[in-house]
Design a protein around this ligand. Structure first.
Ligand SMILES: Nc1ncnc2c1ncn2[C@@H]1O[C@H](COP(=O)(O)OP(=O)(O)OP(=O)(O)O)[C@@H](O)[C@H]1O
Ligand SMILES: [Mg+2]
Length: 285
């Protein structure tokens, strides 16, 4: 489908550098997640890949072809990408059919072909019976499926998703998670998915990029990231970590709150802090 290469990509808004020299390749057909706290540069990275922003420095390649850098700038509609946003962002004045058909109309696809392809897509998205409904007559999950259908109708090589499930309730989020994963597997499409939800990232991704303040902290499989966090930031961000006070003495740490003991063979004595993860893997500092 499509690989994406970022070569020393940076982005500043005014004097603030929000992305610092991002240098990486997302492989053809990979499911990549950008994970990190609010403001770390996730949306900015997606918008640069999509072509809604220009980088301050560096180059972006799709399938080895330069789409951005030097004097080259390929506009979003010619990058072969579909994008789904956090807010449903479907056209409120168009019914479901017309929303999904929109990219094909822009591409001047013949009417009968549009009809066939949109009907097929609506079927795949479980929306056939809602063809004539307006977005305001749909649930959040249905609207997000319309947005997905519209993003996929032109058969892009890359699907960019910016926290597409965060406005949905927990059950629907779970269901859509599977649906997006299924789309990825069935179509072999390259997905770049933004979230700040660790469980979403762990369940869906081939590889996770943990970002903080515009810098990649760690790249790895979900297991790598969770079991072998590269630094304290990743550790804290990926673990639902509880921070507890305790006292270290005689090869044990007594926790103040519970009075229970943890084995400890490190160098610290006296008052310490302990970071405990749900899998009971703990770190003393
Ligand atoms: N158009 C802009 N002008 C100025 N600053 C911007 C602009 N867009 C983003 N920023 C700043 O860049 C930083 C990164 O923003 P970005 O939207 O990429 O964060 P994010 O990781 O997507 O956060 P969130 O999880 O809240 O969506 C933030 O500090 C933000 O305020
Ligand atoms: Mg964002």
């Amino acid at each position: 489908m499509a690989s994406i290469a970022l070569k020393n990509v940076s982005k500043s808004f005014g004097r603030t550098e929000v992305l610092k020299s991002l240098d990486t390749v997302f492989g053809d057909g990979e499911f990549i997640t950008l994970l990190g706290p609010s403001g770390c540069g996730k949306t900015t990275t997606l918008r640069l890949i999509a072509g809604f922003e220009r980088p301050s420095g560096g180059e972006i390649y799709v399938n080895g072809n330069l789409v951005c850098g030097g004097n080259t700038f390929v506009p979003p509609e010619h990058r072969g990408m579909g994008m789904v946003f956090q807010s449903y962002a479907v056209w409120p004045h168009m019914n479901v059919f017309d929303n999904v058909a929109y990219p094909l109309k822009i591409m001047k696809t013949p009417g009968p072909e549009i009809k066939d392809r949109v009907e097929e897509m609506l079927e795949e998205m479980g929306l056939s019976e809602y063809e004539k409904r307006m977005p305001s007559e749909l649930s959040g999950g249905q609207q997000q499926r319309v947005a997905l259908g519209r993003a996929l109708i032109s058969e892009p090589g890359v699907l960019l998703c910016d926290e597409p499930l965060s406005n949905l309730d927990a059950r629907l989020r779970e269901k859509m998670r599977f649906e997006i994963k299924e789309i990825h597997e069935k179509r072999g499409i390259t997905v770049v998915y933004v979230t700040h939800d660790l469980s979403e990232a762990v369940h869906m991704s081939d590889r996770i990029y943990v970002l903080n303040e515009g810098v990649v902290q760690q790249v790895g499989t979900p297991t790598d990231i969770y079991r072998h966090p590269a630094n304290d930031f990743v550790k804290a961000f990926t673990g639902d970590v509880n921070f507890l006070e305790g006292v270290s003495e005689n090869g044990k740490i007594r926790l103040d709150t519970s009075g229970s003991f943890l084995d400890y063979d490190g160098p610290l004595t006296g008052p310490v802090q302990v970071a405990i993860r749900p899998d009971a893997d703990y770190l003393v500092f």
